[in-house]
Design a protein. Structure first.
Length: 316
């Protein structure tokens, strides 16, 4: 399959690009073997999809409903826990590209072929293969390689659809620019004491002077009893990952995606949002024990200290 977009870099003929030759080895290798959908095809997911898309086609409703064809990929998604069927070939290939300077990635297009409708109760199975890796291409984004995977979706032995997905893994073009300063937190009279403590590498939690309820983020009054008086307790800094997201897109100046942002439940019972560090972003999991760590940044915006949460050694 011809890669979409870009032009082949002059001189990048077969045999002259050592990286391209190493990448070609991955063509035909499986990215997932004998994967199974996390759930059978079901009416609630069809309904959620149709509501999100604004699709009111009656074929997707009622006792004889079928799934919208464009949901094909949805039935194979692994969610936060991933798929045990995934092999290491795809990640190895991406690591090879990272090491060659192709550290950015963007999805370029997908193609789907539908052979028969999926119906509630169908148990979906799939296999994914690295179908092609292009020659080195120069695009407006930068120079890199288009990688296409093909997922064959089955119900029992029957092939019901095929999903091709293409990404560009590239080295950004243009002169190296100094990274912009990190955004500064908004400091006001209600939370100034919190940030003053952070600058001293202490994590303070507000406590109502009347009912004793702890709260975060800081507020001018108690959200339990309304009392305006408060004091503070110093957190041990220990907690667990209660929930998290991995930021991939859109990129934001001063941040280098992908990175994990966690909702951390502190040992004292309050929750706060910050980065989870110390493990690769794809190793972050709900329930991981963490401990606060204070990171200092010195840039054009001046000195800045921020609390982040490091996964405890041996827990990833």
């Amino acid at each position: 399959m011809a890669a979409a977009g870009g032009s082949e870099e002059p001189g990048a003929r077969p045999g002259t690009d050592d990286l391209a030759a190493r990448l070609k080895v991955y063509e035909g290798q499986p990215a997932a073997r004998a994967g199974m959908g996390k759930d059978p095809v079901n009416l609630p997911m069809i309904r959620h999809w149709c509501e999100a898309m604004g699709d009111t086609n009656p074929a997707y409703q009622g006792p004889d409903a079928v799934a919208p064809p464009t949901m094909l990929q949805a039935w194979t998604m692994g969610g936060l826990s991933g798929h045990t069927a995934r092999t290491g070939a795809y990640d190895e290939m991406l690591t090879l590209l990272d090491e060659a300077g192709c550290t950015s990635i963007v999805a370029t297009d997908c193609e789907q072929e539908y052979l028969r409708p999926l119906r509630p109760g169908d148990e979906v199975a799939f296999d994914t293969v690295i179908e092609s890796v292009s020659a080195r291409k120069t695009t407006k984004l930068g120079t890199g390689y288009f990688v296409t995977t093909r997922t064959d979706v089955r119900v029992g032995p029957e092939l019901v659809g095929t999903h091709r997905f293409r990404v560009l893994k590239y080295a950004p073009s243009g002169p190296e620019r100094k990274p912009p300063p990190r955004p500064r937190p908004v400091v006001n009279r209600d939370n100034a004491a919190f940030w003053e403590a952070v600058a001293e590498e202490r994590l303070l939690i507000q406590r109502c002077a009347d009912c004793g309820v702890l709260r975060h983020p800081w507020l001018p009054g108690c959200n339990a009893c309304g009392c305006l008086d408060w004091d503070t307790v110093e957190s041990s800094g220990e907690g667990t990952v209660c929930s998290y997201v991995v930021m991939h897109h859109p990129p934001f100046p001063a941040f280098a995606p992908p990175y994990a942002v966690g909702l951390i439940e502190l040992a004292e019972g309050v929750r706060m949002v910050s980065n989870v560090v110390g493990v690769p972003y794809d190793k972050v999991r709900i329930g991981l024990p963490v401990r606060v760590e204070f990171c200092r940044y010195d840039d054009d915006g001046g000195a800045l200290t921020l609390p982040v949460f490091r996964v405890l050694d041996g827990e990833a």
